[in-house]
Design a protein around this ligand. Structure first.
Ligand code: HEM
Length: 281
């Protein structure tokens, strides 16, 4: 690896860290504003929105501004470097996509400050989560110096990623529309669909990871899926503690990033990665 590639790799890793920090602080600010973990639960849920003078904690807002600005500046710098390099490096397309998404989110954020607006909350939440897999791809492509993965994904991987995306989309809608304690028939159905899809994602991605990844990556993906399910259960049985909800959000972003790394080669039914450390790619 050239010195230039090594420095891009370090910058891309720093970008992933900054974006994870942005996602975590954004989730904390939004869920704190919604009242998760407040005393007198659930009567206090959503109460802040009726107080016009509600202001999120100044320190959290300052940290959010700082890390989000640093992430945007680093992305702009990487996009500028990608534009000047010939041939175009493999990390260029995800950097351009990342910049476009960040600018789109900045525009949406400036467009509405009303925390009760579920549609805007939803777009912000899903867009913010997607920053993680895209920046992760920048880091992977910078580190391997190659386009990754190398081929079409199998139907098992596609189905697993689709189930995960559907789980995240429903979860994001529950969070964005402040339906965490919605006990109407529609609300209960939404919650059960979210849980059912989560189990389906576990089964499909678990199977895909088992067949297609090296042992360490397969274990990491399976462990992360298990952690996410446990966090979801703890959210419900623990009366929605704020930090568990933030961890649930962050783990969803990491899962999206890891699922996207599932390589695109044909399955090898004879290789059980948990028993064999050989890489397929
Ligand atoms: C693959 C597994 C799962 C994924 C990827 C996932 C993802 C998500 C996401 C992205 C959110 C929105 C978080 C936010 O508002 O910031 C969410 C919310 C939620 N999830 Fe999950 N989830 C999973 C499994 C579960 C399970 C198994 C349960 C319960 C048994 C659960 C319960 C909830 C609840 C109650 C919320 C609403 C909390 C809130 O207001 O944020 N989730 N989920």
């Amino acid at each position: 690896m050239t010195r230039e590639n090594a420095s891009i790799g370090r910058e891309a890793t720093a970008l992933v860290m900054l974006i994870l920090a942005v996602v975590a602080v954004s989730a904390w600010l939004r869920l704190h504003g919604a009242g998760l973990g407040c005393e007198e639960w659930p009567a206090c849920y959503g109460r802040n929105f009726s107080h016009e003078d509600y202001r999120p904690p100044a320190l959290a807002r300052a940290i959010h501004r700082l890390v989000a600005s640093l992430a945007l500046l680093l992305t702009l710098y990487l996009a500028w470097r990608a534009r000047t390099l010939r041939p175009r490096p493999p990390w260029a397309p995800p950097v351009f996509a990342l910049l476009g998404l960040m600018l789109g989110l900045a525009a949406v954020g400036g467009w509405s400050h009303d925390p009760r607006n579920a549609a805007v909350n939803f777009v912000n939440l899903v867009g913010g989560l997607l920053l993680v897999p895209i920046s992760w791809r920048v880091m992977r492509n910078a580190g391997t110096d190659a386009h990754f993965p190398h081929g079409p994904r199998s139907s098992l991987v596609v189905a697993g990623i689709a189930a995960l995306l559907a789980t995240v989309t429903l979860g994001a809608w529950i969070g964005a529309s402040h339906a965490a304690v919605d006990v109407s028939a529609a609300g209960v159905a939404l919650h059960w669909l979210h849980r059912g899809l989560a189990v389906l994602a576990l089964l499909l991605l678990g199977q895909a990871a088992w067949r297609r990844l090296d042992a360490r990556a397969a274990r990491a993906l399976l462990a992360l899926l298990a952690v996410e399910l446990v966090l979801g259960v703890l959210l419900v049985v623990g009366d929605f503690p704020l930090l568990i909800a933030v961890a649930h959000n962050l783990t969803a972003a990491l899962l999206l990033a890891m699922a996207w790394q599932l390589p695109g080669q044909p399955d090898n039914p004879h290789l059980s990665p948990l028993a064999d450390d050989k890489r397929l790619d």
